[in-house]
Each structure stands twice: as structure tokens, then as C-alpha cells.
Design a binder for this molecule. Structure first.
Ligand code: SAM
Length: 273
């Protein structure tokens, strides 16, 4: 009975995503004020700083980095592409995979100009902002593929896409809580993606706190599991990860721009047991 309820919940989430509009989503979340590189308290610079720190502490390394639920965005692999020789981007929706392919095949075909993002991460790395063209070339060199994923499946990726030992590191941003009908499904999804990771591999997880919906396009209201910090920590533990660090960002009032009801963001660095 409970299983049927979860199945229905997952199917209802999939139906919500049919109206997802990559260009609108990018506009809502990846332009100022949420992506204001002049402001220290803007949400995107905060995320980029967390990822930069996590990838440069020396403990995250190996061959393969997999980003789970990339959506139409690239920011989440701008630090990792300097550490890993192979990066795999993944998303459930073909519209998002197509948007990403647009940037990799022809920069002009992107709905968003990623240049300020590339420049900002170069600055974090102590490089001159003009090194962004080298970072863009590096990203194009290491991203080997953009493939389908479904975190509700026990095996979220096609086995052909992954070496048998698993990935060395996973990144996932704003995916699991925004595709799960409830906390149990969120925790289960964390376990599913953990199967893609080798033992001792790292998970860098960014997500929304206290969010019950967001807009994936005009009139496309997508329900989200509202999470608190304690639930994130408990779900990680239950799914076989050891938490290294949890960082929390609280949204300033002027970042609440009417495209969701998020109150904060968490960043978790964890290792698979
Ligand atoms: N990672 C991006 C970011 O940081 O902005 C996008 C996050 S967006 C809120 C959630 C993403 O999850 C969408 O790109 C959506 O297509 C994807 N998604 C929807 N259902 C999914 C599923 N069952 N498994 C994996 N990803 C899914």
C-alpha cells in the first residue's frame, strides 16, 4: 500500500517536470540578485565558494566526477573540472540535456552567458579573470558526456556510463529534494545515488532548506520536500554517508524574488562509508 503511494508520488513529480522551461529557470535563479558577483551575500557566489573550498582541500580526488541532476546549469562543475579528468553531466529531462549540449557544442546556443561564472571561479582560484577562456576549454575537454538519470531508480544511470568501481565523487545541487514526493523518497534517492559512488568517494550535496515549491517555468509550480538541517544530516547517515561538514546560508530578504519559497541553502560534504 505504502509502496503504491510512493510510486504515485514519484509519477506525480515526473508529470510536474513535463512543463520545465530551462531558459526561464536560468533566468529566475542564475541572474541578479541571486547571481550578483559584486555581492558577498548573493546565493550563487556562496555556492561557488563552498564548491571551490571542497574541491581544493586535497581530499577530493580521482578520475571521475558525476553531477546528478545537472539541469540546464554548469556552475556546479566549474571547480571540479580542474581536479577530475572525466566529468559526466546528467539530467532526467531531454530539454535540459539539450540546453547543456548547446554550450558544449556552440556557446552561442546557450540561454545564459556563463562567462561571469567562469571569471568568478578563476578569481577564487587566484587566476586572472581573463583565464576564463582556459577554464571554458578545460570544461569542454573533461566533460565526456551528458546522459539521462533517474534518482528514483535503484540504478539511476545506465551501467554503460560508469566504471564498475563507481565514480570517485558525486556533486548534486537542488535535485533530490525537488524531485522527491516526501522525506522517505529523498532519503531513498540519496541511497540510490550512493550506489554510483566508490567506497571512500565524496558526495558534495547542495540543496534547499524550508522550501515547499519552486517555479520551473511560467505557471509550472513544482512541489519540494521542505528540509531542515537535522533531516539532511539524518538522511545522509541513514543512506551510508559520513558527514564531514554542513554549511548553511540564509536567504536575505531581497533574494526572495517570488520564484520559490526557499528560506536557506545547505552545503554538505560527505564521504561514502
Ligand atoms: N542542478 C541544477 C541546479 O543546481 O540549478 C538543477 C536543479 S532543478 C531544481 C532539479 C533538476 O532535477 C531538474 O533539472 C530536473 O530535470 C531534474 N529531475 C527531475 N526528475 C528527476 C529524477 N527523477 N531524477 C533525477 N533528476 C531529476
Amino acid at each position: 500500500m505504502e509502496e503504491k503511494g510512493t510510486e504515485n508520488g514519484v509519477a506525480a513529480m515526473a508529470a510536474c517536470y513535463q512543463g520545465f522551461d530551462p531558459a526561464a529557470y536560468l533566468q529566475y535563479n542564475y541572474t541578479p540578485p541571486r547571481a550578483d558577483f559584486e555581492r558577498k551575500d548573493s546565493i550563487v557566489p556562496w555556492k561557488l565558494a563552498c564548491l571551490h573550498r571542497a574541491f581544493t582541500e586535497g581530499d577530493v580526488n580521482g578520475e571521475l566526477l558525476v553531477d546528478i541532476g545537472s539541469g540546464p546549469t554548469l556552475y556546479q562543475v566549474l571547480s571540479g573540472c580542474e581536479v577530475f579528468n572525466k566529468v559526466l553531466l546528467t539530467d532526467y529531462l531531454e530539454v535540459n540535456r539539450r540546453e547543456l549540449r548547446g554550450w558544449f557544442q556552440d556557446e552561442g546556443a546557450s540561454s545564459l552567458d556563463w562567462t561571469p561564472y567562469l571569471q568568478h571561479v578563476c578569481k577564487l582560484e587566484g587566476r586572472r579573470p581573463s583565464a576564463w577562456t582556459e577554464k571554458a576549454a578545460k570544461l569542454r575537454q573533461v566533460v565526456k558526456d551528458i546522459v539521462p538519470v533517474d534518482v528514483h531508480r535503484p540504478q539511476p544511470l545506465s551501467l554503460d556510463d560508469l566504471p564498475s568501481a563507481g565514480a570517485d565523487c558525486l556533486v548534486s545541487c537542488f535535485c533530490l529534494e525537488s524531485v522527491s514526493p516526501d522525506l522517505a523518497a529523498f532519503t531513498r534517492a540519496l541511497g540510490h545515488i550512493g550506489r554510483l559512488l566508490r567506497a571512500g568517494g565524496h558526495l558534495l550535496l547542495i540543496g534547499a532548506l524550508g522550501e515547499s515549491y519552486y517555479f520551473g517555468g511560467p505557471g509550472v509550480k513544482i512541489p519540494v520536500v521542505p528540509l531542515n538541517e537535522a533531516q539532511v544530516c539524518a538522511s545522509l547517515k541513514e543512506s551510508g554517508y559520513t558527514l564531514i561538514r554542513l554549511e548553511v546560508y540564509t536567504l536575505p530578504q531581497d533574494m526572495r524574488v517570488g520564484v520559490d519559497d526557499v528560506s536557506g541553502v545547505f552545503f554538505a560534504k560527505a564521504v561514502k562509508e
